[in-house]
Design a protein around this ligand. Structure first.
Ligand code: NAP
Length: 311
């Protein structure tokens, strides 16, 4: 029978720690999971040292952690297909996913598509994206050796981006819309200790990205207390203002919350029996690698149970 007619037991969509943990568990249960592992890098691939993953007293590099987990799943029979899911449909007795040139059919599905970096939606942003505007300092910091860089945001990501940048840049300036930071205390402390190298502008928002037609040259920033708008010269703008869940293809087919996150119960069940969700795509609160991995494990065990009951 042609490959397209095959109905798989389980398909996992995503290429992050939730997806590979789900793959590891379902592969060890001999369910031969297919992972549509996408084309965009996951969060761990874009980070450096992960210090809060249990078991590594000196931390572990994010890319190493994710690659090891992927290989671990593959060792037990998981198959990774480097395609992104483009459409999804609920059929009678199975689910259908289109990815690349193929249509996949599956009896259970684990959605672990993560969340993508948010943008500011201001003039100049689209024009200079990738030409001085970035959402990944870990990827691009080395390009800013002896240059000036702005980091926008007040959460852990903004702190982490700034810590990646200051080692290369001449000057890093964090611009945050409030006085208080959302970031964890330990990350804030690291930034505050570097006050000679990392400047902080509070209660302010970036209103425009300026450039010379080719590259970023500066920004306009508005002080939200005084309403004063000023210009700051910079070579780079790093956006670290949170993420949007990647749930576009599931809209109106699976219950989402008002921010677009997939709604799950404490067992990783979605509103559709046989479909589970794990990781940042269903977690607007914790968003940690370890909680994503835990959710991936739960989703895998639930999918296994579902298939067992119906075999
Ligand atoms: P976040 O915690 O949601 O913080 C986003 C920041 O961006 C907030 O300070 C927010 O301001 C600001 N912001 C949002 N929209 C904005 C806009 N339109 N204009 C200007 N500023 C805007 O996101 P995150 O920093 O990406 O962190 C997400 C999760 O990952 C958190 O749970 C975090 O702990 C975790 N994380 C952990 C680490 C680590 O432990 N090493 C590293 C990175 C991320 P307000 O504060 O005013 O809302």
């Amino acid at each position: 029978m042609a490959k397209k007619e095959q109905i798989h037991g389980i398909i996992i969509i995503g290429g992050g720690i939730a997806a590979y943990t789900a793959a590891l568990y379902t592969a060890r249960a001999d369910l031969k999971p297919i992972i549509l592992c996408g084309i965009e890098p996951d969060q761990l691939s874009l980070t450096t040292l992960v210090e809060n993953w249990p078991g590594f007293k000196d931390g572990i590099q994010g890319p190493e952690l994710i690659q090891n987990t992927k290989k671990q799943a593959e060792k037990f029979g998981a198959k990774c297909i480097q395609e992104a899911a483009e459409s999804f449909n609920i059929k009678k007795g199975y689910f259908e996913i289109k990815a690349g040139n193929e249509t996949f059919k599956t009896r259970t599905l684990i959605i672990a598509t993560g969340a993508s970096a948010k943008k500011l939606s201001i003039p100049g942003e689209n024009k200079y994206f990738g030409r001085g505007i970035s959402t990944c300092a870990v990827c691009d910091a080395a390009l800013y050796r002896n240059k000036n860089a702005i980091v926008v945001g007040g959460g852990d990501s903004a702190m982490e981006e700034s810590l990646a940048l200051y080692k290369f840049a001449k000057k890093v300036t964090i611009i945050h819309r409030r006085n208080e930071f959302r970031a964890s205390k330990i990350m804030q402390d690291r930034i505050f200790k570097l006050k000679n190298k990392i400047n902080i502008i509070r209660d302010s928002e970036v209103t425009e990205v300026l450039g010379n037609g080719k590259l970023v040259t500066g920004i306009k920033v508005k002080n939200l207390k005084t309403e004063k708008i000023s210009e700051i010269k910079t070579d780079g703008v790093f956006l670290a203002i949170g993420h949007t869940p990647n749930t576009g293809i599931f809209k109106k087919k699976i219950n989402l919350d008002k921010h677009g996150y997939i709604v799950t119960d404490k067992f990783s069940n979605t509103s559709i029996p046989g479909i589970y969700a794990a990781g940042d795509v269903q977690d607007p609160i914790f968003k940690q690698a370890i909680t994503s991995a835990g959710a991936g494990c739960q989703a895998a065990l639930q999918a296994e149970k579902y298939l067992e009951k119906r075999s």
